[in-house]
Design a protein around this ligand. Structure first.
Ligand SMILES: [Zn+2]
Length: 463
């Protein structure tokens, strides 16, 4: 009865479970393929980490430092881009960087572009646009650059027509910085890194790699390299600045490096498959990150009892790590123990300093799977709690709609479906469901008003 929003967003650790529950139309054998076809991945741990990288830099740059949204673009090329409050970063960039400092340096450079007012007009347009529309444009541009068209149909779906509107303009002009702007951004980046007591070596290493001839030989062209001109002279000037800094030899704090390693292992396991993950874990042999990867890999591909034992060992090593609890919850869901999973997710929610909206939604899903009327009501509370923290989680609305449906609240289910379409940028379907919801609501009640907002929404945010 309820049509499912076409979800183009996957939670990184949820892909498998979602398939196992039969919610997504795909077979379990295509986990990796499925993961590779979604343009955006959501993950509480990675989003929190990248936000922690960005926060001090944004503060030093005098930019809004509260509520930065991290958008993880599922693409193995290197790219990073900041609109006003959203930081888009490719999983490929995170995988390439061996240290936090390499990513922090790139974020500092991007902050330099913002502070310098470079591409301000385009940036303002992007800031008004929905995340998924920007993704479609960015990936579309990248795909064209790389001459790869295999993903274009899927991405056209993700763009929901918005990219087809003014998108071409954005594709032509997006991120095409001038050389003088690059110099300015490099200088600003060094200022921010100095202000936060960090080295510029990571930035230098990253940019020097783009500059080297090696990067030309690959089949994949990094969009970042296309948009940021990197002549030899620029790298040479940057090197002087970096080496003049008193922080040149500073390294990332060990705890931050550990989080970075755990992030890379996670991306490898969930997005890049067993072989890549195994190679990375081999390099990190004996570390907590390697054990984390092993537990995740066992959860995805191995024995579930063994996976649970490995997750428990991780929790013993770091009892306050919310993401180890989250993994334990994921494993218990797969083991069809939703009540125990709900307990693990509840711990994850209470331990999470970043207050991610994703974890309450996972808790809600576990409570839905418990299936009693009482747990369904609790599920609705948790999912709404998660969506309150994170309105653009279109997948969350799908679960909310399902929970309302199972409770017999049909207008609630239809409004949640409308929200899911709305935040995916699919305004036509959003309006259809909002109107259907309204027919069964009292005129003027809060939910009716929200439905009316969706109906009245003018898609003026074209890019
Ligand atoms: Zn640049």
């Amino acid at each position: 009865m309820l049509s499912r929003p076409r979800s183009t967003v996957a939670r990184i650790a949820r892909v498998f479970t979602t398939l196992a529950l039969g919610i997504a139309v795909a077979t379990t054998s295509s986990v990796t393929a499925f993961a590779q076809n979604v343009p955006v991945v959501r993950d509480a741990e990675i989003e929190a980490l990248v936000r922690d990288y960005a926060r001090p830099i944004f503060k030093a740059a005098g930019l809004a430092n509260d509520g930065i949204d991290i958008v993880l673009v599922n693409d193995s090329s290197f790219n990073a881009f900041v609109t006003g409050r959203r930081l888009f970063i490719n999983t490929g960039a995170l995988m390439t960087a061996e240290t936090p400092n390499e990513i922090i340096g790139v974020i500092a450079h991007e902050a330099g572009h913002i502070a310098g007012g470079h591409q301000q007009k385009l940036r303002d347009q992007l800031e008004r646009a929905k995340t998924m529309a920007i993704i479609a444009t960015l990936l579309g541009a990248g795909a064209i650059v790389a001459g790869a068209t295999t993903n274009s149909r899927g991405l056209a779906g993700a763009g929901m027509g918005v990219a087809a509107g003014g998108g071409e303009m954005a594709q032509r002009s997006i991120l095409a910085y001038q050389r003088t702007e690059e110099t300015t951004a490099d200088r600003s980046a060094i200022t921010y890194l100095n202000a936060t007591g960090q080295s510029g070596m990571g930035m230098l290493k990253t940019f020097a790699r783009f500059q080297s001839a090696l990067s030309l030989s690959g089949t994949q062209v990094d969009p970042y390299r296309i948009s940021h001109p990197m002549p030899q002279e620029r790298i040479a000037n940057l090197e002087v600045l970096v080496k003049q800094s008193p922080n040149v030899d500073k390294v990332d704090p060990p705890a931050l490096q550990q989080r970075h390693d755990m992030m890379r292992v996670k991306i490898a396991v969930y997005m890049e498959g067993q072989a890549t993950a195994a190679r990375l874990m081999q390099k990190m042999r004996g570390s907590l990150a390697a054990l984390y990867g092993d537990a995740q890999s066992t959860y995805l591909y191995g024995d579930i009892t063994s996976a649970l034992a490995k997750a428990n060992a991780l929790i013993k090593a770091q009892p306050k790590n919310p993401y180890f609890q989250e993994l334990r919850g994921d494993i218990l869901m797969k083991a069809n123990k939703p009540k125990d999973a709900a307990e693990a997710y509840a711990k994850a929610v209470s331990l999470d300093p970043a207050r991610s909206g994703l974890l309450p939604v996972s808790l809600g899903q576990a409570l839905m799977a418990v299936g009693t009327p009482d747990s369904l009501k609790k599920a609705v509370v948790q999912i709404n709690n998660g969506l309150g923290r994170d309105k653009e989680n279109s997948e969350g609305y799908r679960y909310l709609a399902q929970a309302y449906g199972e409770l017999g609240d049909i207008p609630g289910a239809e409004l949640a479906t409308a929200e899911g379409h709305f935040y995916s940028g699919d305004y036509k379907d959003a309006k259809i469901f909002a109107m259907r919801a309204q027919q069964q609501m009292k005129r003027g009640e809060p939910r009716w008003i929200r439905a009316q907002d969706i109906i009245n929404y003018k898609a003026s945010s074209k890019i």
